[in-house]
Design a protein around this ligand. Structure first.
Ligand SMILES: [Zn+2]
Length: 330
């Protein structure tokens, strides 16, 4: 598997490395500050200060819990597509649409050629990494998903749009690598929504990561994976971060027919539920994973971003992940 690649990047991770998908809940003071900023009641500097404070809180919390590969928690982001669309030339803000469940976002419109404006996430990554000796993941939204979740008025078709975006995201990946980032997650939640477009997603990921020196993870979290498996394994990443707990590990059955050939960040706690899993339940999920996957392949994490949980719930769900991983290391 990819243990060799991790080693060659100078990353020493234990078996069953623990991580999380990316977003954590924003503390109350930050949610309030974001609302006040929109109303013009506080300055951008003041908001930025509070975003840094919240980022520090989450880095320290992950360290205390013993998580191996940290995330910055995305305290400075709202929607995962809009965050990039608002910063990339070529996009205009669109109308409010429903993305999933009760979540609404402004669906961006591509009105001109998309361009990379210079580093978008690098300062935040550097700040988070400066607070810890553990590796912090770089976190980007993938070209295919940005394309799928935007309106296109400029490019000839969906493939052309995805490929143009891939060129832009690749530049951000390169900037993260130059800054010292070694593990980069490129989220593609739209991956399995249109199975017939898998080749486009694969081509776009190739254009984003091929030939670059980092350990790449992609997170995808809903849709019909059985329809894009095993083809999806051709995506140019080292690790698939997948929602497993939420569908009672149903995907494991899909892997039984055709071996899973990459590393996997195996979701062991449901992020959509307030209910707290029992330690036993989480351990059993890892045990189930081991019936199909090898010890070297498995990372342990929550199903998806924890941003919709409360701060306390998010901490407890993370703690459960770490406890389960540690149980299997011994
Ligand atoms: Zn997700």
């Amino acid at each position: 598997m990819s243990r060799e690649k991790l080693k060659s990047l100078g990353l020493k991770l234990p078996l069953f490395p623990t991580t999380s998908v990316g977003s954590f809940p924003k503390p109350d003071y930050l949610s309030k500050a974001r609302a006040e900023f929109i109303k013009g009641k506080i300055t951008a500097e003041h908001l930025h200060e509070l975003e840094r404070k919240a980022t520090k809180f989450w880095i320290q919390t992950q360290e205390k819990l013993g998580v191996d590969v940290l995330v910055d928690g995305e305290m400075y982001r709202g929607d995962m597509v809009a965050y990039f669309a608002e910063r990339l030339p070529g996009f205009a803000e669109g109308g409010l649409v429903r993305s999933y469940g009760n979540r609404y976002y402004h669906k961006p419109i591509i009105t001109g050629g998309v361009e990379w404006p210079g580093p978008v996430t690098v300062e935040w990554w550097k700040y988070a990494q400066s607070l810890t000796k553990k590796p912090v993941k770089g976190m980007l939204t993938g070209a295919y998903t940005i394309m799928d979740w935007s309106f296109n008025e400029h490019y000839a078709d969906r493939r052309a749009t995805a490929m143009a975006l891939a060129g832009v995201i690749r530049k951000e990946v390169e900037a993260l690598i130059v800054a010292g980032c070694k593990i980069i997650q490129i989220d593609e939640p739209a991956l399995s929504v249109r199975p017939e477009e898998l080749p486009v997603a694969i081509e776009a990921m190739d254009a984003t990561t091929k030939g670059l020196e980092a350990y790449f993870i992609t997170h995808a979290c809903y849709g019909a994976f059985e329809q894009i498996y095993p083809g999806m394994l051709e995506l140019a990443v080292d690790n698939f971060d997948l929602e497993m707990a939420n569908n009672e590990l149903g995907l494991l059955e899909v892997f039984r027919g055709q071996p899973f050939t990459k590393d996997i960040s195996f979701g062991v706690v449901d992020v959509h539920s307030h209910t707290m899993e029992k330690e036993d339940t989480v351990r059993q999920r890892v045990e189930q994973a081991l019936t199909i996957l090898s010890r070297d392949q498995i990372w342990v994490d929550p199903d998806c971003g924890l941003k919709t949980r409360t701060v306390d719930e998010a901490i407890e769900k993370l703690r459960l992940c770490v406890a389960a991983a540690e149980a299997f290391r011994n």
